[in-house]
Design a protein around this ligand. Structure first.
Ligand SMILES: [Zn+2]
Ligand SMILES: [Zn+2]
Length: 143
């Protein structure tokens, strides 16, 4: 078993410093079993949510009454342009609260970041330009 702070995707692997602990189920039997019990307890207490594709929740797609209702309850998801965590999609606020508080110490709107706020892909972004070109164009069309 490996317990780690790392998110299992490319961005964390390439850009973040992470740490993990390897537990061998044979030589660390007691710790292994405690950890499994803890994981089960986390799973048991978790609420299940349905993941939605970004495009399904685009902001200005108002057609039927049914879709309007969905639009009002579902906030479109975006990505923090620094840590890539999922946050509410809002190009005026492209940081998660943790990263925003660090950014706010300097408030440099051109400070270079690595993630597109909309699609989560690698991109040269910043507070001023939080989206790559493709996503910026999609966003402009929705305004
Ligand atoms: Zn962040
Ligand atoms: Zn993008």
């Amino acid at each position: 078993m490996v317990i780690t702070s790392m998110n299992m995707y490319e961005f964390s692997e390439k850009t973040n410093r992470e740490m993990g602990v390897l537990i061998d189920r044979n030589s660390d039997k007691e710790i292994y079993e405690k950890a499994v019990a803890e994981v089960k307890s986390i799973i048991d207490s978790a609420e299940s949510i349905t993941l939605m594709k970004d495009e399904r929740v685009s902001i200005n797609k108002v057609t039927t009454k049914k879709e309007t209702t969905i639009k009002n309850v579902t906030k479109p998801r975006g990505y923090c342009i620094r840590c890539q965590n999922r946050i509410t999609y809002n190009p005026d606020r492209p940081y998660c609260s943790d990263c925003f508080s660090i950014w706010a110490q300097y408030e440099n709107p051109e400070y270079p970041e690595n993630v597109c706020h909309r699609c989560g892909e690698y991109a040269d972004t910043s507070m001023d330009y939080p989206q790559d070109k493709k996503c910026y164009n999609l966003w402009k069309k929705e305004l």
